[in-house]
Design a protein around this ligand. Sequence first.
Ligand code: C5P
Length: 228
Amino acid sequence: KRLWGLIAAAGSGQRLRAGTPKQYHHLAGRPILAWSLDALCQVPDIAGVMIVRAADDALFDRASLRRDDRVRDCPGGAERQDSIRAGLAALRDWGAAEGDGVLVHDAARPAVPATDITRLIEAVADDPDGGLLAAPVRDTLKRADAAGRVADTPSREGLWQAMTPQLFPLGRLQTALARDTRVTDESQAMEGLGARPRLVAGDPGNIKYTYPEDIHWLANAIERNRRR
Ligand code: C5P
């Protein structure tokens, strides 16, 4: 039984509205995607990493990413889910078996510590329900009404923020994503099959690059990882 990585890097980065997709923005001198790729490649247990990039991605070849026989790329789709489905199919073509594990990771999370990935693997590699890195919600949450006023304050007891990587058995994840439902992460797709993925506490510094200011936080997190 082998382990594979899949990096979702086919987004257009609309929320940042900068011309360049966010996975190519620079962080400490290198594209965000290069950091995310290195994080997975640092884990020796991973047999290969599939990068899912946009079909019309003109920047991929120029991004000077690590290029060795453990790294391949394939075109993604319109929605994140479509990209993951395409990546899983490409992994099967590469030789991945149904029972192998796949770590799905956002290209936009360059600061995941390698130690967190290892801990996730140790916790759930043999678990058919898989699991994900996550952090307990730290702020008080408010639900808004239509007028922009507080409707209520949900208890934050037991609430976690989902991060990536998320690790699942490849065949089961393919089945979960083949169902035509809208999901915002792979765990949610698995939950639709009745799975109860394990939450593995990860470094809260593993944020998703979403706003321009995030770059400063991410640069600090990368520096911290280096010293670990
Ligand atoms: O847009 P958001 O930040 O939620 O995207 C999360 C990750 O999913 C990003 O790394 C992005 O590149 C990827 N994505 C993708 N294919 C899409 C949309 C997003 O691979 N169609």
